[in-house]
Design a protein around this ligand. Structure first.
Ligand SMILES: C[S@@+](CC[C@H](N)C(=O)[O-])C[C@H]1O[C@@H](n2cnc3c(N)ncnc32)[C@H](O)[C@@H]1O
Length: 265
């Protein structure tokens, strides 16, 4: 298993992560993912793999829709938390503790997703190719690999502290997350930022703060297209600017993500 630093101490707090990132409309995002399969595979998927799955929102939603649903994550804490969460919701999922650049499934699936900027942990091109190879080997021919990455325009914007700090509450637990800081060192050659993540929690009488630092790599659009081409595993079918088929990948305000839809060749 990789020894790469990936904000492990932060992800150990799986329940707090689950609260902090619970701001998405998961059924709508899964509709989008299924819709892309319908468009580009000609049918809805019958099986799904979520890489870097964390608390497994999408894995659980797809399991509830009847798909054979598998999650994979490096963090044993996330695996334990995700399995427990799925069981509480009556969703049957499979959760593998593993590395997104070095894994093998026993059976291929129709759809693989890597969401919420987790691709930033693919620190160099070799890691991207290793990930593409594992995913291609885990997909049925014609199957889709959909990746959610930050929009490249954000790399050129002035620092906006408000965008990086937010508070979420659930069941009397309050979690404030600060993702990144203006002072995080950035290497323009490797495109790697030593990204700081701060988690402040109030959980009954229990209050605390965890600060972690780990490298994360940013992607540009041309670079991503070249990597896809050179991999020989995938073709780029389309790109979106959000987890919605209505938002094209352009420089409009609404486009805040870069979502390549890749098809296994
Ligand atoms: C930003 S979270 C994303 C969680 C979830 N996909 C979501 O949509 O919120 C990143 C996750 O990636 C996991 N992770 C980081 N590096 C990984 C790797 N090399 N292989 C597998 N999982 C990894 C972390 O443990 C964490 O759960």
């Amino acid at each position: 298993m990789t020894k790469q630093n990936y904000h492990e101490e932060f992800y150990k707090q799986a329940e707090y992560y689950d609260i902090a990132f619970d701001f998405r409309d998961i059924p709508k995002e899964c509709d989008f993912l299924e819709g892309e399969c319908l468009k580009h595979m000609g049918c809805k998927p019958s099986s799904f793999l979520e890489l870097c799955a964390g608390p497994t929102w999408h894995t659980i939603e797809f399991a509830k829709r009847g798909l054979k649903s598998t999650a994979l994550d490096l963090s044993e804490h996330m695996v334990r938390y995700g399995l427990d969460k799925a069981a509480k919701q009556g969703a049957k999922i499979n959760y593998i503790q593993g590395d997104m650049v070095d894994f093998k499934l026993s059976e291929p699936v129709d759809l693989v997703a890597l969401l919420m900027d987790s691709a930033t942990y693919l620190l160099d091109n070799d890691a991207v190719y290793r990930n593409f190879k594992c995913v291609a080997a885990s997909l049925n021919k014609g199957g889709l690999y959909i990746i959610e990455i930050g929009h490249p325009k954000h790399h050129y914007e002035d620092w906006n502290a408000e965008h990086c700090k937010w508070t979420m509450e659930r069941g009397g637990k309050k979690v404030t997350t600060t993702w990144g800081s203006q002072d995080d060192p950035f290497d323009p050659i490797t495109q790697i930022t030593e990204t700081s993540v701060r988690l402040e929690y109030v959980d009954g009488d229990n209050k605390g703060e965890i600060v972690t630092h780990a490298p994360s790599r940013c992607f540009h659009a041309n670079e991503l297209m070249a990597l896809v081409d050179a991999s020989g595993c995938f073709e780029l079918v389309t790109m979106y600017g959000s987890m919605s088929a209505d938002i094209p990948f352009d420089n409009d305000k609404k486009a805040w993500r870069m979502i390549p839809v890749l098809r296994r060749v």
